[in-house]
Design a protein around this ligand. Structure first.
Ligand code: AMP
Length: 381
């Protein structure tokens, strides 16, 4: 393996420039790599800590090729990179994970068809391209359901819950003109995720299952480890490994799942990159999801994903700035809390600005601490 490995000193390319790339860059630079980020933006969360930042369009073939020639490997912090951009890049350097993995994961319908084809449990779903198809699919799989755009959806954007008796023609109108997916609404007991990494040699590691609470469709709190019976946690980890294998993944993959009241598991969504629910690992694991991404895409052996302590992560959205700059000293007064800020200038409601991670003797204690620290930093108007 070491003969093929990309070693410290080499320059790693990352497409996308948000907080996931920022934490990848921090992990890579700590190991002595150089980092070059490519995205349409400038002074980005990733660019602020990378060695090099290129601001270019994913449609600019010359810029993409030049970027690919300047790096030893390209990886992603953002999966919605056009396929032809990846093809241009792949002519000059390895691209990990491969373009076909992104192609599947950037489109809900392809993703669901891939998962169902691989024997992975998913919510019943139908492809929808017209109001008539929506009506017949709703009759077939039953309502309530969730109508989702097939492409470019995240954090509940491009989604609408449909209840029995809703006017389906009216519900379809904002979706008109683009393919969508109708999914059966799953009455879950809890939302969990498993992050799996797969090395160039096919070896795999998973972090302990995470338990996720959302607010307004955006991840709010993650607890790790999830409070689950061991056999359920093992099944969740097995599913994540099966998916990584079926994708022939090299890199990191997040698998979001619904845990049912009867202990059954349904896979909701994939992200072929580090994930918000894995941020705890930056502080609370022997190897973080970002360091593992570096190791995987460089062809190095993977590190241990053992937890150092039970942990909880709380997102900091732009809403926390509503009554002025948060009180960082108040959060820092919690000795078991780590403050992460992403270097974004404008704090808009719903925008992920940073997160806090807290440790505890138990996940419950860690969750109570992270909630208290977050409450302490927000000024009340
Ligand atoms: P997604 O963009 O698919 O990750 O969905 C965002 C959130 O919407 C999920 O984390 C769930 O809380 C909720 N959700 C999405 N799909 C379903 C479903 N089929 N049944 C119940 N809740 C859902």
């Amino acid at each position: 393996m070491s003969g093929l490995a990309i070693l410290p000193g080499a320059t790693l390319g990352v497409m996308g420039s948000g907080q996931l790339g920022r934490m990848f860059a921090i992990a890579a630079r700590r190991m002595g790599y150089r980092v070059h980020t490519f995205s349409p933006d400038s002074d980005t969360p990733t660019g602020q800590v990378a060695d090099f930042e290129t601001s270019g369009s994913y449609d600019d073939e010359a810029a993409v090729r030049e970027f690919a020639k300047s790096v030893a490997v390209i990886t992603f912090e953002f999966e919605n990179v056009p396929s032809r951009t990846i093809e241009w890049a792949a002519a000059h350097c390895p691209v990990r994970p491969a373009g076909k993995v992104l192609h599947i994961c950037q489109h809900r319908l392809r993703e669901k068809e891939f998962l169902a084809g691989a024997g992975i449990p998913v919510a019943p779903f139908r492809k929808i391209e017209s109001a008539a198809q929506l009506a017949s699919a709703a009759a077939e799989i039953g309502l309530p359901g969730v109508l989702k755009t097939a492409a470019f959806g995240y954090d509940g954007k491009g989604q609408r819950k449909l209840r029995p008796g809703d006017d389906l023609a009216e519900a379809w109108r904002p979706f008109e003109g683009q393919p969508a997916v109708l999914e059966k609404f799953i009455t879950f007991e809890r939302e969990v995720s498993v992050i799996v990494a797969r090395g160039l040699d096919g070896s795999m590691t998973t972090w302990p299952v995470c338990e996720n609470e959302h607010a307004n469709h955006i991840l709010d709190i993650t607890l790790c480890p999830a409070r689950l019976p061991a056999p359920v946690a093992d099944r969740a980890a097995d599913l994540a490994r099966s998916i990584a294998l079926a994708l022939d993944l090299t890199g990191v993959l997040a698998v979001e799942m619904f845990l049912m009241h009867d202990g059954g598991i349904v896979v909701n969504e994939l992200a072929p990159r580090p994930h918000n629910s894995g941020h705890f690992s930056f502080d609370a694991s022997v190897t973080s999801q970002f360091e593992q991404q570096v190791r995987a895409v460089c062809g190095l052996p993977l590190g241990s994903t053992e937890s150092l302590r039970p942990a909880a992560m709380a997102n900091l959205l732009g809403d926390a700035w509503a009554a002025g700059e948060p009180d960082w000293a108040a959060a820092a007064a919690f000795p078991d809390v780590k403050i992460h800020l992403y270097g974004k200038a404008a704090a808009k409601p719903g925008r992920k600005m940073g997160h806090l991670t807290a440790f505890g003797a138990t996940v419950e204690e860690a969750a109570a601490t992270v909630r208290a620290a977050r409450a302490a930093l927000v000024h009340t108007p």
